[in-house]
Write a protein that binds this ligand. Structure first.
Ligand code: 9MG
Length: 306
């Protein structure tokens, strides 16, 4: 294996994962418009691109469309397998933005990046109209942190476009979610949520192979809930859909370890590596190059597990 060539590493890992892990990791396919990913395969790294003035980790850095496009190109260069572009912060107590403002922030960036990159673009939005416009502009996946809503407009938009869909669990809304999250059994409740949503999505015309599941680390969860979900990630494999984990730089890391935002990379990488070991297929991160390196190493070791 040529460790200096990430493409070669990925190819070798794919083969080894096929040979050794198919019996425990069921083959799955993810379809998102023109893109298809066959699993098992090396985990996908989703690079975060917040086109917002107020996101918790990088708010304001890429609010200008040119800066955002440059950052998107850079993330792909660093090894991102897909980009998650958002125009409304979902951090706790974030101020909601209007549909017009969100469209104004994300659409020009998506249009330009879709012409220039070959990896899928995910639109991080809670608004069906923004999702529709983003899909028209060239996005292939809808990352919906509000998959807990009752109406079906988002499901129908995803079905019509044959897009991928990240079905994320959140208790409450970003405005209130961290006030006092309560669960009897967070793992069981998230699992029931996934089952219920997969049925509802199906009723809207979204096929199972368009769906990605995400337990929503930090979305209406205490630090203890986040740890329980990360610890139980393996159990969600029985749902036979790709699992996405987004722990990058989140505040539970700061609370647990007493580290500021800028010092959370090592703990974020620990979450990413253990998530991959437990069966996560997509890691959402601010730190693409570091995450690619850490999870390729994890996968190389896993491929040698007897
Ligand atoms: C937008 N956003 C912020 N954190 C996230 C997470 O953990 N998962 C998903 N799907 N989206 C997120």
């Amino acid at each position: 294996m040529n460790v200096q060539n990430p493409v070669a590493v990925t190819e070798v890992l794919s083969r080894k994962m096929d040979d050794r892990t198919c019996s425990i990791r069921k083959p799955m396919i993810l379809r998102a418009r023109q893109f298809e990913f066959m699993f098992p395969r090396p985990a996908l790294v989703m690079g975060i691109l917040n086109v917002t003035p107020d996101s918790f980790a990088d708010g304001g850095r890429y609010a200008d469309p040119r800066a955002a496009v440059d950052r998107g190109l850079e993330l792909v260069e660093l090894g991102a397998d897909c980009l998650d572009i958002g125009g409304e912060s979902t951090r706790p107590r974030a101020v909601p933005v209007s549909e017009t403002e969100e469209l104004h922030r994300v659409i020009p960036v998506i249009e330009q990046l879709a012409r220039r990159i070959k990896v899928p673009i995910s639109i991080d939005t809670m608004k069906p109209a923004v999702a529709r416009a983003a899909l028209q502009a060239g996005a292939s996946v809808v990352n919906d942190v509000a998959a807990n809503r009752a109406d079906e407009t988002m499901g129908r938009a995803v079905a019509e476009a044959h897009a991928g869909y990240v079905c994320m669990h959140m208790q409450g809304t970003p405005a209130t979610m961290q006030d006092h999250p309560v669960y009897t059994d967070v793992v069981r409740e998230v699992r029931e949520f996934f089952l219920d949503r997969m049925r509802r999505l199906n009723d809207c015309g979204v096929a199972g192979d368009q769906i990605i599941l995400d337990s929503g680390i930090g979305f209406g969860k205490s630090s203890e809930h986040n740890l329980q979900l990360l610890g139980a990630l393996r159990s969600f494999r029985e749902l036979e859909r790709p699992l996405l984990v987004g722990a990058s730089r989140k505040s539970f890391i700061g609370k647990l370890l007493g580290v500021e935002l800028a010092e959370r990379l090592p703990a974020s990488l620990a979450c990413a590596c253990l998530a991959v070991e437990a069966g996560a297929q997509i890691i959402r991160t601010h730190d693409v190059a570091e995450t690619v390196q850490a999870i390729r190493m994890t996968e190389a070791i896993l491929a040698h597990r007897k």
